[in-house]
Write a protein that binds this ligand. Structure first.
Ligand SMILES: Cc1cc2nc3c(=O)[nH]c(=O)nc-3n(C[C@H](O)[C@H](O)[C@H](O)COP(=O)(O)OP(=O)(O)OC[C@H]3O[C@@H](n4cnc5c(N)ncnc54)[C@H](O)[C@@H]3O)c2cc1C
Ligand code: SF4
Length: 571
């Protein structure tokens, strides 16, 4: 295949436009630095791609497909017609493999803004002890940086993206620079009361949705459909809040449909070229660069380094330590719901809000010593009178006799009376969880794919039983009954699969020692000084807080450091 090279040398090439890549693009272009962004997916057009205000009745067959495929058991829309086009568990032509004995699911996105176009926007800071896990209880890793070093970047991230919340003074949920909180709705008030009886804190949620206008983005108008994308950019996405404004500066050169396949280093161990597949023409192109920031999402970033082999780096770029791919983690997940009679037949009222929870439960047993698991989890709550989705009442139709008014009355009686709880717990990295290049398989672009190995340890598995008991207690304290979902004898059967909570992190870890880490404390490769990683790959653990706010904060710090190094002429 003929390779096309461009003579221009780009100052900074950023690979990937999600939470991490978007942040680097924003920070560098704000500082007057020219950036070239390579994004594997197409450009996003919110006016066309986001459908938060569309009614099912406005779409042919109510979205059962152009010709009603859903009626025949086939869905042409893998993740729902209305949802923002942010990706799915399978990417056609781009497989991954899972080693025998492991289970792993990998949710990937291929569009400008990556998964931030429809993520849940739960935005929680890591705590001080999360950065010093090994010192805290002897398990996992200490990060080379502390909470105090990260705190100013959390401030910047929150002030820019806009995060709701209240100052609570809890060590497990550090306070931040918050927008006004969201008021609890009826079901959330009952959940708060039940938690109060059990001495469990239930506080206003911390969500990247705007309760007042920030940086020219309009305040939320509470349509409650954030998963479909948000045309007013009141829900944070890196595409709308970071990339589009950066494009207006004239300092951002965007190349979409560009799948980076290899980073090419010279004899002085600096990346000089990025090779990518131009998907539209299926040709390989190369662009020259002074520095490169890889932000293709944690495992894609590891894959790119592992696929960048040379005489000097036979194990993959910057991988003399052999640590690329290691320390892979995800969040521990378990959910339980129940019905609460007090919520049945509640008079219809306005319960509009964001497309997510208005309250949540931070971890509350940090000091408790006699548990059979070392770390903690937070609880995400669900319920209420949200707009029903297509097929919402299929279960009711099966459960209740009849049709017409009798059936509708039954549905109305029960609607809004269900509550749900999702535990999101910490995973401690272990030697059995990692990704590597599959020696047998390539994707449709000829790029070798990843093979995953994954195993929960007893630390995570034991946590799930505690989640089950807590959720049952809360539902019963509300006067309700938990769903008939028995807890299996071994919690291993109830825990989420690796990757399923979509908080994969690690795989290109940071550290002070080049023998045991790939990146230094600024997410700069120890061995390749003009190579930086800016997604969740540098993370040394996966605390019970959703990862994205920390990706933004760490990427912000990395971008500022890169700009300083560029000014000094070091990069
Ligand atoms: C349904 C859902 C709900 C979620 N809810 C939450 C939540 O509430 N809170 C939270 O913190 N997190 C949540 N997440 C996770 C969150 O979306 C991710 O943590 C975050 O988007 C990761 O950002 P990233 O920049 O690392 O990667 P991504 O957002 O995945 O972006 C990576 C980008 O890189 C591009 N790319 C990949 N490979 C290449 C390549 N080789 N060349 C060029 N480009 C490439 C991709 O096309 C993509 O656009 C959720 C995710 C999903 C899917
Ligand atoms: S609820 Fe608010 S943030 Fe969510 S899509 Fe509607 S306007 Fe946007």
């Amino acid at each position: 295949m003929q390779i096309q090279r461009s003579p221009q040398v780009h100052d900074v090439v950023v690979i990937g436009s999600g939470a991490g890549g978007g942040t680097v693009v924003k920070v560098l272009t704000d500082m007057g630095i020219n950036v070239t962004l390579l994004e594997a997916g197409p450009m996003l057009n919110p006016n066309k791609d986001f459908k938060e205000h569309m009614w099912p009745g406005d779409v042919i067959h109510r979205t059962a497909g152009e010709h009603g495929e859903v009626y025949f058991g086939k869905s042409p829309y893998p993740f729902g017609y209305f949802l923002a086009p942010n990706g799915f568990w399978e990417v056609p032509g781009e497989p991954y493999t899972v080693a025998p004995g492991s289970e792993f699911k990998w949710f990937r996105s291929r569009i400008m803004g990556g998964r931030t176009n429809h993520y849940g926007r739960i935005s929680l800071r890591f705590s001080d002890y999360d950065f010093k896990a090994r010192s805290f209880d002897g398990l996992g890793n200490d990060w080379p940086i502390s909470y105090d070093e990260m705190s100013p970047y959390y401030d910047k991230a929150e002030e820019f993206i806009g995060v709701t919340g209240t100052r609570e003074g809890l060590r497990t949920a550090p306070d931040g620079k918050f927008l006004p909180p969201l008021p609890p709705r009826v079901h959330e008030t009952l959940i708060q009361k039940a938690c109060g009886k059990l001495n469990i804190p239930c506080i206003p949620s911390r969500m990247a949705m705007l309760t007042k206008s920030v940086h020219g983005r309009a305040a939320c108008h509470y349509c409650g459909q954030c998963g479909r994308g948000c045309k007013t950019a009141s829900a944070f996405s890196s595409s709308q809040a970071m990339i589009f404004p950066a494009m207006k500066t004239g300092r951002l050169n965007v190349i979409t449909g560009a799948m980076a396949r290899e980073l090419i280093a010279d004899s002085s161990s600096k990346v000089t070229e990025v090779s990518y597949v131009e998907k539209a023409t299926r040709t390989e192109k190369r662009i020259r660069c002074r520095s490169v920031v890889v932000a293709a999402s944690a495992c894609e970033s590891a894959r790119l380094l592992l696929n960048s082999k040379s005489g000097r780096f036979s194990n993959g770029l910057a991988n003399s330590s052999g640590m690329v791919g290691r320390n892979l983690t995800d969040t521990v997940g378990y959910s339980l719901g129940g019905q609460v009679p007090a919520l049945m037949n509640v008079p219809r009222h306005n319960s509009d809000g964001i497309g997510g929870m208005h309250v949540y439960v931070p971890w509350w047993e940090l000091e408790k010593k006699n548990k059979d698991f070392p770390r903690g989890y937070h609880i995400e709550v669900g319920g209420g009178f949200g707009m029903p989705g297509l097929g919402s009442f299929r279960g009711d139709c099966e459960r209740h006799e009849g049709y017409g008014n009798a059936l509708k009355d039954n549905i109305r009686e029960n609607y809004g009376s269900y509550v749900g709880f999702a535990g999101r717990g910490e995973m401690i990295p272990n030697e059995y969880s990692y990704c590597e290049i599959d020696p047998q398989q390539v994707d449709q672009w000829g790029i070798p794919v990843l093979r995953f190995h994954f195993r929960w340890s007893e630390h995570e598995i034991n946590m799930v039983r505690h989640m089950h008991q807590t959720f049952t207690n809360i539902i019963e304290a509300m006067g309700g009954k938990a769903a008939a979902k028995p807890m299996p004898d071994r919690s291993a059967k109830a825990v989420s699969l690796g990757g399923e909570i979509i908080h994969e992190a690690g795989a290109v870890c940071m550290g002070d020692d080049p023998k045991t880490s790939v990146l230094n404390r600024y997410c700069q490769a120890h061995e390749v000084k003009n190579l930086f990683v800016a997604d969740a790959a540098p993370f040394l653990g996966n605390p019970d807080k959703n990862v994205t706010l920390s990706i933004v904060a760490l990427a912000w710090r990395t971008a500022e450091y890169l700009s300083e190094e560029m000014k000094k002429g070091n990069v």
